[in-house]
Design a protein around this ligand. Structure first.
Ligand SMILES: Cc1cc2nc3c(=O)[nH]c(=O)nc-3n(C[C@H](O)[C@H](O)[C@H](O)COP(=O)(O)OP(=O)(O)OC[C@H]3O[C@@H](n4cnc5c(N)ncnc54)[C@H](O)[C@@H]3O)c2cc1C
Length: 412
């Protein structure tokens, strides 16, 4: 049984069903439904290919050739083109309206043979010592149904159903940010070779995303620490507009902007579960952990961990001992990948890291290595990838030390 039909749940259900397993997927909502998380990474293309969905994603998204960083401090701007990464197999991806994207993924799970139940909220799961479970779900009419599942994949996203039920969820004390976001029209879009890039605008105490979507829509969001979100009389809408006005580089692109959605806020949002699996269950996607979205990693992590979860479930159903061994390896790999990315995320407001992003050097292939991280290759072992990243980290510590000793950035 798969609980949740976002990118993680729909991917796992499709892979298991395609492999001949009997799968039931329950989602509390009816698709299409709004979801944030619209900017995807090149490494995702490999998973779209595996699911047979590359053409459909291409048709519903905006072509994304890279990522642009802009700083409010000086107005400087740099664009990282995915084509210059160490791995040249995947050199672009897409910005997608998630309502349409998630609907395509869920329809694919259904087409592959999974039984998909929408408007069906799972309210709890009880596990016997041998891992067999009874999952209880309430339908839209209020009727409760019980499913005897031999393996459960929890893909409930930030609802973190099982991590909550088992008390496994721990907040990331290093990344305690929140976000406020909305959709707009008439926002100045990038053109030419930079058309379709995500823009990350670095403000003094946080950052903005600008993600171009189809039909002239621009997704705009602001992310910062708790101080920026202290209770405000005007609410989240006022906060977003105040912050846009206070950012010279964002305000310049939004002079004629028109709000076309509600303004939404998401608070206190980085966490991880202390365990990724147990007897008869595994957590995938945001149900396992959530990283600050500055590098647009969420959907890739969701779909890649779904590939791992599907493989674990498949192995477990034949031989629980083999399933456990694979679950252990998968958890280790997932944690290592998330740690790799967290190293950068934790430093995104650090002046030294910002300087290195805005003035990238390709000594030791540092810039190409960074592009590979931005393209999503942090999830997979790649030969030649370790040295550029180690050099980047070493340069960061050297520059930070020089700065503490009162030497300028140029000292690096
Ligand atoms: C502010 C913000 C900006 C982001 N920007 C990006 C970005 O640009 N790029 C990116 O890749 N990621 C981004 N993300 C992250 C991205 O949204 C998530 O990582 C991604 O959606 C995770 O997929 P998932 O399938 O694990 O969970 P979800 O997509 O959240 O899907 C979970 C599903 O489970 C269902 N569900 C929940 N509880 C139950 C239940 N009890 N019973 C049945 N069904 C249930 C829900 O209805 C939902 O459909 C962002 C996140 C935030 C908060």
């Amino acid at each position: 049984m798969v609980i949740g039909g976002g990118p993680a749940g729909a991917t796992a259900a499709a892979l298991l069903a395609a492999g001949g397993r009997r799968v039931v997927l329950a989602d509390k909502d009816r698709h299409p439904r709004f979801h944030i998380g619209e900017s995807l990474l090149p490494r995702n293309l490999a998973i779209f290919d595996r699911l047979g969905l590359r053409e459909q994603v291409h048709a519903l998204g905006v072509f994304k050739p890279g990522a642009e960083f802009v700083t409010d401090a000086t107005g400087e701007q740099v664009t990282f083109s995915f084509a210059s990464g160490l791995d040249r197999r995947y050199t672009h991806c897409y910005q997608v309206p998630r309502a349409a994207f998630d609907t395509v993924l869920l329809a694919n799970a259904r087409a592959k043979g999974a039984v998909v139940l929408e408007e069906t909220r799972v309210v709890g799961a009880a596990f016997a010592a041998d891992g067999r479970s009874v999952v209880s779900a309430r339908g839209s009419q209020g009727t409760v149904r019980r499913f005897a599942a031999r393996f459960v994949l929890d893909a409930t996203g930030r609802d973190t159903l099982l991590a909550g039920q088992f008390g496994l969820k721990t907040a990331d004390k290093h990344i305690n940010s929140a976000a406020v976001y909305a959709h707009f029209r008439n926002v100045e879009a990038r053109t030419g070779e930079h058309a379709g890039c995500i823009s990350i605008h670095l403000a003094e105490d946080g950052w903005f995303w600008m993600i171009p979507l189809p039909d002239g829509i621009m997704s705009v969001g602001f992310v910062s620490g708790p101080a920026a979100f202290k209770s405000r009389p005007g609410g989240t809408g006022d906060l977003l507009f105040e912050r846009i006005a206070a950012s010279p580089t964002v305000a310049a692109r939004m002079r004629a902007a028109e709000l076309v959605s509600e303004v939404t806020a998401t608070g206190n949002y980085s966490y991880r579960s202390s365990a990724a699996w147990g007897e008869g269950w595994m957590l995938i996607g945001d149900a396992f952990g959530f990283l600050d979205p500055v590098f647009s990693s969420g959907v890739l992590l969701a779909m890649a961990s779904a590939e791992m979860g599907a493989a674990v479930a498949d192995a477990w159903l034949d031989d629980p001992a083999a399933g456990r061994a694979l679950a252990r390896r998968s958890e280790r790999r997932l944690r290592r990948s998330m740690d790799e990315l967290s190293w950068l995320i934790r430093r995104i407001n650090d002046p030294v890291l910002r300087h290195m992003f805005l003035h990238p050097t390709n000594r030791f292939r540092m810039r190409d290595g960074l592009v590979s991280v931005l393209a999503g290759h942090f999830l997979y072992e790649r030969p030649g990838y370790g040295l550029p990243l180690a050099a980047f980290k070493a340069a960061f510590y050297l520059l930070s030390g020089a700065r503490r000793m009162g030497l300028g950035m140029a000292a690096g």
